[in-house]
Design a protein around this ligand. Structure first.
Ligand code: G
Ligand code: G
Ligand code: MN
Ligand code: NA
Length: 250
């Protein structure tokens, strides 16, 4: 109930902010994109908790639109400063499928902001296929037709089989931190190699999340992992700091 009140206030009083974590290309060592992560300005409540509450009480619809709009505005600001386009990825909760006009809202916000669809990426998790498989595929195809890239987040934590990847309209998988950590153990390297080759054979790009360790990074690179994201390179940072990293990273 308390979290609910905090969220309600945050919606009314501009109490949210986005922080940005860079994703690095293992081949060039350069930043290719950022993931936007939601924070409460005035409270140290974990997003894991407040997102869950927002999903349960339906506030995620409004919050999800705010995140979408802010991410697009950030892309527009960077674009207007003459910085080269680096997409921003946002997290999309399964509950947001109930937002019937989301696609229209997205299209209009992109248009009003003068941002091309390639500037935005959307991260979904497998849980989105749990109850509404058909609807989800329709939704993902609408995003795809707009030119928005889709990433399957938290890969390796769920129940899904690799065969999912053959029919889902996704462009990228993001290997979950728990999976990447296991790759530090020698006996799991073959598993990592095979997941990455399989993804590549399906024309999917692969990002590794939660990379904190240089050895892990090197192994992921050898395995052909396209991108890494994690504290090794940067934690999620405020927009201005992201912009600084951005400029230093041409
Ligand atoms: O930094 P991290 O603690 O930000 O995020 C914790 C969890 O909250 C992750 O699973 C992340 O995907 C989720 N999350 C962070 N920001 C958002 C958001 O804007 N929307 C949704 N749906 N989930 C988010
Ligand atoms: O959206 P997703 O569920 O993938 O959220 C990513 C989560 O991982 C966020 O909570 C983010 O803050 C966190 N994170 C990003 N990099 C690292 C890292 O290197 N180590 C740890 N422990 N967490 C990370
Ligand atoms: Mn994510
Ligand atoms: Na993840």
């Amino acid at each position: 109930i308390q979290v609910e009140r905090i969220l309600r206030d945050a919606i009314k009083e501009d109490g949210f902010k986005l922080v940005f974590q860079p994703q690095i290309c293992t081949y060039t060592g350069k930043i290719v994109s950022f993931e936007a992560l939601l924070r409460l300005k005035k409270h140290f409540i974990s997003p894991d908790l407040f997102i869950q509450v927002a999903e349960e009480n339906g506030m995620i619809i409004q919050i999800g639109r705010w995140v979408t709009e802010q991410a697009i505005h950030q892309i527009a600001r960077w674009k207007n400063k003459g910085l080269p386009l680096k997409p921003i990825a946002i997290n999309f909760s399964a509950k947001q499928l109930n937002d019937m006009d989301y696609i229209k809202f997205l299209e209009e916000t992109l248009k009003e902001s003068g941002v091309e669809a390639q500037g935005l990426e959307i991260e979904i998790t497998e849980s989105i296929f749990l109850d509404k498989k058909e609807e989800t595929i329709v939704f993902l195809n609408q995003l795809k037709n707009l030119g928005i890239k889709i990433a399957l987040d938290d890969f390796g934590t769920g129940y899904s089989s690799l065969s999912y990847l053959t029919f889902l309209p996704v462009n990228k998988i993001k290997l979950d931190k728990s999976l990447c950590d296991k790759f530090l153990e020698i006996e799991n390297i073959a598993v990592m190699d095979n997941i990455i080759s399989l993804a590549h054979s399906l024309n999917l790009e692969v990002a590794a999340e939660g990379v904190e360790d240089i050895e892990q990074y090197k192994r992921l690179k050898v395995a052909g992992c396209n991108y890494i994201q994690g504290y090794l390179f940067s934690k999620p940072v405020e927009a201005l700091e992201a912009e600084k990293i951005y400029e230093d990273n041409f």
